[in-house]
Design a protein around this ligand. Structure first.
Ligand code: NDP
Length: 335
């Protein structure tokens, strides 16, 4: 349960675990509701935005103090009066951070067609973050074989996939991450050409110059702030920047200034923000292609699973300290 609106970094104590006596394990008569048994919940950086009070409507609604947290997850249908969902179906989409959720408006539930992969993949690789990586890279970055690509927060849910999609297109790919363990994953598990620990680099500009002596064609932006500034001065003419996220700024009272925007003009750089919600129509295409990559062993995937709903607050908060190694999820139940 979300306690109350916050400023600054989120804490575990901003959420509490509540046990209720009564659970209604049937959908209401005459409704088109679906009752889910939740299996896996997704911890996503955008959830931080929902913990702040917005005076104007945001792109996602604020959490409601005193109410159950909602987010992406995977569940099993245990009762349904909706024609598209039957008991025993597995689904991914918007659900509650609870053992069972009554979904009264199941427009944001997607039936899982492939159950021969771990179902937790639908919180990441085959879910919202996977589609973000796919659409963000292929639709926004206009990549070409042989181009020089840089990905920040590269070992996370989105970044690890962007890097692999880029390698599959024959690009040279460098990733940044916040620990030596993550750097090793990038190079040895996900096949990045190079990777660096940004916390150990006193000069980000010099690090990028070292790794991209000819400059960067494509930057997949996940962090913002100082990294964005350093990237701007290392972009090539006609480069593209896909602005996916700016996690380094989400908890700051005053966002850091970006000083090098003038390069957008002189280098004729295209910088596009995007939201995955605008690309749901691409999901079937993305799912087919990614399933084939998985079957062919062309994509590796690392997830970080916290066991038990009671560990969900720590798992969510951990994203903002880089405690997750790979996609952070919470296991509510394995079946
Ligand atoms: P991750 O799995 O990458 O987890 C977040 C990671 O961000 C942490 O592990 C940490 O890695 C890094 N991080 C945390 N704080 C900082 C900081 N101050 N500076 C630099 N890095 C930091 O998350 P996702 O892959 O799910 O999300 C990645 C980005 O994509 C986020 O910005 C998110 O908001 C955005 N996003 C945007 C979507 C869209 O529709 N536009 C959809 C989904 C995600 P490290 O140890 O490397 O620092």
């Amino acid at each position: 349960v979300f306690k109350d609106f916050i400023t600054g970094f989120p804490k575990e104590s901003d959420m509490e675990v509540v046990t209720t006596d009564t659970v209604r394990l049937k959908v209401p008569e005459g409704s088109t509701a679906v009752l889910l048994k939740n299996l896996y919940l997704s911890c996503d950086p955008y959830m931080r935005s929902r913990m702040s009070k917005h005076d104007e409507a945001s792109y996602v609604p604020d959490f409601v103090p005193g109410s159950v947290i909602t987010g992406f997850g995977v569940g099993k249908v245990v009762d349904s009066s909706h024609p598209d969902f039957k008991v025993g179906d597995f689904v991914w989409g918007t659900t509650g951070w609870e053992e069972y959720s009554l979904i009264t408006a199941p427009e944001m539930l997607f039936k899982i067609r492939y159950t021969d992969v771990p179902l937790s993949y639908y919180t990441g690789l085959l879910g919202m973050p996977g589609l973000t990586a796919y659409a963000g890279f292929h639709e926004i970055c206009s990549p070409k074989n042989g181009e020089y690509v840089f990905v920040s927060a590269a070992s996370g849910a989105v970044g690890q996939l962007v890097g692999q999609f880029a390698r599959l297109m024959g690009c040279y790919v460098v990733g940044s991450a916040g620990s030596d363990e993550k750097v090793s994953l990038l190079k040895n598990k996900f096949g990045f050409d190079e990777a660096f620990n940004y916390k150990k680099e006193p000069d980000l500009n010099a690090a990028l110059k070292r790794l991209f002596p000819e400059g960067i064609d494509i930057y997949f932006e996940n962090v913002g702030g100082l990294m964005l500034d350093a990237v701007l001065s290392n972009m090539r003419n006609h480069g593209r920047i896909a602005v996916c996220g700016m996690i380094s700024q989400y908890n700051l009272e005053k966002p850091e200034g970006v000083h090098n925007l003038f390069y957008l003009i002189t280098k004729r750089i295209r910088m596009d923000g995007f939201l995955v919600f605008d690309f749901y129509h691409k999901y079937p295409q993305f799912e087919e292609i990614t399933m084939q990559y998985i079957k062919d062993g062309k994509i590796n995937y690392v997830e970080d699973a916290a066991e038990g709903l009671e560990n969900a607050p720590a798992a969510l908060v951990g994203l903002f300290a880089g405690r997750n190694v790979g996609k952070q999820l919470v296991v509510v139940s394995h079946e």
